[in-house]
Design a binder for this molecule. Sequence first.
Ligand code: ADP
Ligand code: MG
Length: 744
Amino acid sequence: MELYPPSPTSSSSPRSPSPHQHQQPSSPPRIRRLEASVVNRIAAGEVIQRPSAAVKELVENSLDAASTSVSVSVKDGGLKLLLVSDDGHGIRYEDLPILCERHTTSKLSTYEDLQTIKSMGFRGEALASMTYVGHVTVTTITEGQLHGYRVSYRDGVMEHEPKPCAAVKGTQIMVENLFYNMAARRKTLQNSNDDYPKIVDLISRFAVHHMNVNFSCRKYGSNRADVHTVGGTSRLDTIRTVYGASVARDLMEISVSDDNPARSIFKMEGFISNSNYVAKKTTMILFINDRLVDCTALKRAVELVYSATLPKASKPFIYMSINLPPEHVDVNIHPTKREVSLLDQDSLIDTIQSAVESKLMSSNSTRIFQTQAVSSSLPTTQISTRKDKEHNIANSGTQLQKVPVNQMVRTDPRNPFGRLHSYWKDEAQSSKQEKKSDLVSMRSVVVARRNWKENADFTSIDQLLRETDSNVHPGLLDIVKDCTYIGLADEVFALLQYNTYLYLVNVVNVSKELMYQQVLRRFSKFNAIQLSEPAPLRDLLLMALKDEELETRGDETETDDDLKEKIAQMNIELLKEKEDMLEDYFGIKMEDGCLIRLPVILDQYIPDMDRIPEFLLSLANDVDWDDERECFQTISAVLANFYAIHPPILPNPSGDGIRFYKKNREEAGLDSEILAEKSAVEEEVDEELVAEAETAWSQREWNIQHVLFPSMRLFLKPPKCLATDGTFVQVASLEKLYRVFERC
Ligand code: ADP
Ligand code: MG
């Protein structure tokens, strides 16, 4: 690059005329007709952009020729040699002279044929193109002939008369020295990564779709094939052969179709990865009317479902075969026929997207939830003078939902009713070292539940479901189905956009309603959340009762605690009586006075375990056990209230909430020594508590965005009352907002 302006001498030196210089507008450059060979070479460069593109054309020709076996050999990433052999119907002797001319094809004669064309080729350009940028030799034999023919082509024409030769059934096409006459292309391909992996990838895709064809792909001269399939197995087996058992293991079959001319007409079948599959890159194998194509919009739509539904940042594996009326596909929009354009594309993508979403959400595959437990050792020291009332709200908070419920139950005999604040304090006083070593990872596994009484006739459940159906608010339903989540406005309200409107939605109410409806839908068919250890009902109930103000009945001998103990025992007995029903219908398993399992109401979602005590108390007291319908309805409501996405019990440490975590120096009744020691310890506790609270709050926000909203779109039938009780509130119309901005 020149840094200085050219000297006057150089600028005045004469320059050779060039078409880009318009110094003399009176003499425009001459227009000449390009030589046919130049035109053809330019065109060839478009169709055959790289060796893998040539392989795609050759393999498609083999498939068009009804082959049952296709093998590919590649040398030097395809630049030196490409060899594709098939056992198809071969090429007639009399067609050989024009085989490699441009626009010669056996697959199409009128333009209208394009509308219904089934073959992959139809332009008659691929072979011709190859002869302009490489050396092509064809060996072929047709049925009933004693020998075959071999002939080489260059620039679209035969180099010699076809020579008779021995041949096995089908056609073998060899392309040598690809791009020998395109120095720049050859160079970039040589510099860039070898095209061989692309070819392997391509053959893998064909192999998965054409599972009745034997494919092989190898480096020339190698004994080992990098793809090798044997036709006649199942699709999943083929995927296993090609992509490995680890991929096949995590796939689910999916199919969806639409037959509504007002929307779209198509049928889709395929396999998609489940939530256990882990990959950094999306693999999307897409065939539309048996053509291997790309559809970026569909790929994005599916990727979106995965990122919105799964906590792991894994990209999916997808194989989809879509069939639609041939006249609905425009195959002719791209020289390599790679991108296709579809009629009703948006609606088709929508339908497929929802199918993938519900498949993912309702997949019954066993999910493993990782939970973490804090120390299970009992506290050893206690500050006996402390009274609960003196503690700030942060300290009275219980633990996070990540902690298995059994760890939340205090079993210290000296303080049987102690809530977790004491647990936290005491825990903090044990040495940090010890605490670390006590941090254990525990797993709760969702175990598949037997589908008990699947066909049983539960009229009352049907009735309740019908009620939700008939009570739907159509306007809200539209909003729920098509809204976009924007973010949380505060602890209870989320902001969402629907068309040009903004709404505030009460997350607690809406999740409660969703959970209620899901309980009815999953009635007696729940998957289960297994607690890592049985949780004693008595302790849980006492925890819940602790905050209840009981009316003492003037009976001097009966203390408050005795009364609570009595109530707890009564509740335990009642729950024990209903044990079987609760387990079979609602997936709430209790055994030997302990809670063992809870139902999965929304996949991927574990309720806030802090709420178990209140849940049990409510289950024992708020359920109408007499009438079947009332009973099912009230149990569903109690479960819904438990599973609803409430704000975590620990206050939100961001913003104002942080003051709850500040050190509390005004402890009464402690001498200064203990106080000093305590506050030093407390500082530590606070930080940890803040961290835990932050996790709880961000986990909740994640749940709202990635679990609640996607499931709400799929499953919620919003009842009419939500429109008037402040659950949905329209806050602004964007149109009006924009108008305001325009004026500014
Ligand atoms: P197109 O596939 O678009 O028709 P091509 O240039 O790829 O154009 O092929 C031209 C013609 O050559 C095809 O229409 C087909 O009749 C014939 N042909 C090419 N490859 C094979 C093959 N492997 N087996 C049989 N016929 C073939
Ligand atoms: Mg072709």
